[in-house]
Design a protein around this ligand. Structure first.
Ligand code: GLA
Length: 391
């Protein structure tokens, strides 16, 4: 059953009434600019046509009751229990409930009302697959509380609240890309965000090109520490390079030439991580005009370089992602393929000539299965609008 129907039905069963409201928030796929958002770089994601759906009504008391259909679990919290990360009974919140509770916490910090609600949510964004299922849950709840609380914020501000929830409440040190894409998505378009100034614009997806998402079926496990380690390496690089390049605030400020000149001052592993970031920021800067000019061939080449760098320097790929990318690169109509999102499992993103997209997807699935024994899910993705009320 589609998650929209599922949440509506489940709400009725659980709360005995039809929900007052329905909202959704999409996942995202990122085309270029990977692991650079927390280095003040540029990212190029799109919101996808898979989303977290939430059915909700105001609650009668100050206790929120949440049903997570995908976990077949229920949780509760009140304004008093939230700061201690507890449920309404005083026990620690289960992990999934920390995302909505974190949003309520971030709203309280910003003096925005988050009235108690009864809510049921479900998603067709696969979890742990690099498509931002967590950010989409955060953004769906932000929409719900905006509706019930009677406040309005620009989508980017909602995204920043979601990021704060995840950084400070859930404890994942992520950048802004995922919440941004889920909040700000524009149908048919890529979104270009400058993660320093937070200025953003839309870039139309060229007409004869399809974005294909290929899910290796390997799910990411315990990656928070690896993600945070790499982030720390980037910060260390800025500190050391800053001794020779006063005034730099982030790796975004380091040119490839300066980096090559100074990289021998960095410990070997720090150099690898930082080189990925410096070169990825440079790649993204070069890729945007190519996209605007419709030079998809060169743009695709840059995507391939990005994958190699994530694999060899940033070291967040896994063999299954590499196999998926290698097969894709060998198929007709593929301009470029690479892992998308944080890595360590999940999906690749493929830029494919539209007329070839169906056969590309079929071939990729067949060959991946025969090489790995795993059954992948491969689909043509349509860039969609951001988080919104739908009923
Ligand atoms: C995760 C984080 C993002 C970003 C990507 C890698 O999705 O949540 O902020 O850092 O990894 O680009």
């Amino acid at each position: 059953m589609h998650p929209k129907e599922l949440v509506t039905r489940t709400f009725h069963q659980r709360f005995g009434k039809v929900p007052d409201h329905l909202a959704l928030a999409p996942g995202r796929v990122n085309l270029l600019g990977e692991h650079v958002d927390f280095n003040d770089g540029f990212v190029l994601p799109a919101a996808i046509d898979r989303a977290a759906y939430i059915a909700f009504s105001p609650a009668d008391s100050d206790c929120s009751t949440l049903v997570a259909v995908d976990f077949a679990e229920e949780s509760t919290f009140t304004p008093a229990s939230i700061p201690a990360r507890n449920n309404a009974n005083g026990n620690p919140l289960v992990e999934w409930a920390r995302y909505p509770a974190g949003v309520a916490w971030a709203l309280a910090e910003a003096n925005l009302p988050a009235p108690a609600l009864n809510a049921v949510f479900a998603s067709d964004v696969p979890r742990g697959a690099g498509l931002s299922s967590s950010a989409s849950v955060e953004m769906a709840f932000a929409i719900a509380w905006s509706e019930l609380g009677g406040w309005v914020l620009p989508p980017l501000q909602r995204a920043l609240l979601g990021q704060k929830a995840e950084n400070k409440y859930v404890g994942v040190n992520c950048g802004i890309m995922d919440q941004f894409a889920s909040a700000c998505g524009v149908s048919g378009n890529l979104l270009l965000l400058d993660c320093r100034s937070l200025e953003w614009q839309v870039l139309p997806i060229p007409q004869d090109v399809a974005i294909v998402i290929a899910d290796t079926s390997i799910r990411r496990k315990l990656t928070t520490s690896s993600y945070n380690d790499r982030r720390q390496a980037c910060e260390e690089a800025v500190k050391i390079l800053g001794q020779s390049l006063p005034g730099i605030r982030a790796l975004r400020d380091v040119s490839v030439d300066d980096f090559n000149r100074l990289c021998n001052r960095l410990p070997a592993l720090v150099e690898k991580r930082a080189r990925h970031v410096v070169e990825e920021v440079d790649r993204t800067r070069r890729a945007i005009p190519l996209l605007e000019q419709g030079n998809i061939i060169e743009f695709g080449e840059i995507m391939k370089q990005c994958h190699a760098s994530l694999r060899d320097l940033y070291e967040v790929s896994i063999p299954e992602l590499n196999v998926m990318v290698e097969i894709a690169d060998s198929l007709p109509g593929c301009y470029g393929a690479r892992l998308t999102g944080a890595g360590f499992g999940g999906c690749t993103v493929n830029l494919v000539e539209k007329s070839e997209a169906e056969s590309f997807s079929a071939q990729l699935a067949l060959r991946y299965q025969s090489q790995t024994g795993l059954i992948p899910e491969i689909y043509i993705c349509h860039a969609s609008d951001g988080a919104r009320m739908i009923g």
